[in-house]
Write a protein that binds this ligand. Structure first.
Ligand SMILES: Cc1cc2nc3c(=O)[nH]c(=O)nc-3n(C[C@H](O)[C@H](O)[C@H](O)COP(=O)(O)O)c2cc1C
Length: 367
């Protein structure tokens, strides 16, 4: 998959997840393989231009964290343009514009989903950015504001005219938030509306099979995965393999899962320091635990860690407690194994709403 001149190593992208897609998480998924492009959390264009510490921390990167897109939000054309120029000179591979955020604070000032309601104004803002940089500029949107205003196809076509290099589309409206089923028909309408730029489908992809289904049924060039990567940071590697060969690599062993959890914590400590890194890890570790089998004992205590030593103590205690669920080969007894994940759009009607993927808490509560 190509965004303009930028050739990506795969057609699978890590979606921006404010509060989670920081440098440590991006490095973890990249080390496991298969990621074509990772995007930062959304960054306020003005804060970046003012060189605010929080904005600079969000764009912190390393050579192993490439290719990297930074997602900007804002609605002042000059600020968005200048922020894109600043990111280009910092060596970022591409700039993404947030047009999907439903949060009131972002929409009120004309950013996020509000951009989907004003096609001409948004196209002019995009053209200003595209003309100021050589790196690709992309947009991430939802299907529209609500069911009566499914503007994504029209907007994608207009943005292609303004020079956008690719469009990411989450197959839900702003009004839907995270409820209901992802609409493959809605994503297909966007893929059909553009002439030559890649459209990347997004929403509820939690397995390689669901990535395949999204690509086949929508004609999108690739998929972007957010929450599915929390459950399963191996999803990119597994999906690349599944798309190429039709076979699924074996599930990671429990030991491999523990290795990756520890690696993630080590990186959090390296990047954020031990006290802050451990505090941030409190909300990350329970996601890994969802694939551990019974894990209450882990989750209850891991949300209180302040040091790496605390984490190791929690783990040691948990491993002792977990033994009751194991057979003679030290494997989880069948009735304790976690159920396979199924994407909303792969489930029979009616089931999807009961088995939706949880939305993690974070600075953006209602994404
Ligand atoms: C906690 C959280 C934070 C998010 N932050 C962003 C963000 O900063 N920018 C953005 O465009 N989308 C954001 N999203 C939306 C995701 O990128 C993605 O479109 C959505 O979660 C659907 O994909 P998924 O089902 O694979 O998670 C966020 C979603 C969640 C759950």
């Amino acid at each position: 998959m190509r965004f303009g001149q930028l050739l990506l190593p795969s057609n699978l992208c890590l979606s921006p997840l404010a509060g989670y897609t920081n440098l440590p998480f991006r490095l973890v998924v990249r080390e496991l393989g298969g990621v074509g492009l990772a995007t930062t959390d959304l960054v306020n264009a003005r804060s970046l231009l003012e060189q605010r510490g929080a904005a600079l921390k969000l764009i912190e990167t390393r050579p192993a964290d490439q290719p990297l897109a930074v997602q900007l939000f804002g609605s002042v054309p000059e600020e968005m343009r200048d922020a894109a120029v600043c990111l280009e000179s910092a060596g970022v591979a591409s700039v993404d514009i947030n047009m999907g955020c439903p949060v009131r604070k972002v929409c009120r000032v004309g950013g996020g989903s509000a951009m989907m309601t004003e096609l001409d104004k948004t196209s002019r803002l995009v053209a200003g950015m595209v003309n100021a940089v050589r790196i690709p500029v992309t947009a991430k949107m939802r299907l529209g504001w609500d069911d009566e205003n499914l503007t994504a196809p029209e907007l994608a076509r207009a943005l292609e005219g303004a020079g956008i290099a690719a469009v990411f589309v989450h197959g839900r409206t702003r009004e839907q938030g995270f409820s209901g089923t992802v609409s493959l028909a809605g994503i297909r309408a966007v893929a059909q509306a553009v002439q030559s730029i890649p459209v990347i489908g997004n929403g509820d992809v939690t397995t390689p099979e669901s990535a395949r289904r999204m690509i086949d049924e929508t004609g999108c060039a690739g998929v972007s995965i957010g929450r599915g990567a929390f459950y399963n940071p191996w999803i990119f590697h597994h999906t690349v393999s599944y798309l190429a060969t039709g076979t699924l690599p074996p599930e990671p062993t429990f030991d491999e899962r523990l290795r990756v959890v520890r690696r993630h914590l080590d990186l959090m400590v390296e990047v954020f320091g031990e006290p802050h890194g451990c505090r941030m890890f409190r909300k990350v570790a329970p996601w890994y635990a969802k694939r551990f089998g019974p894990s209450n004992e882990f989750t209850r205590h891991v949300v209180r860690i302040s040091t790496v030593a605390d984490f190791e103590a929690v783990l040691e205690n948990y491993l002792r407690w977990r033994r009751q669920f194991l057979d003679e080969q030290d494997e989880l007894k069948p009735k304790f194994r976690p159920a396979p994940l199924v994407a909303s759009f792969m489930q029979p009607p009616g089931v999807a709403s009961r088995q939706h993927i949880p939305v993690p808490k974070g600075p953006v509560e209602t994404w």
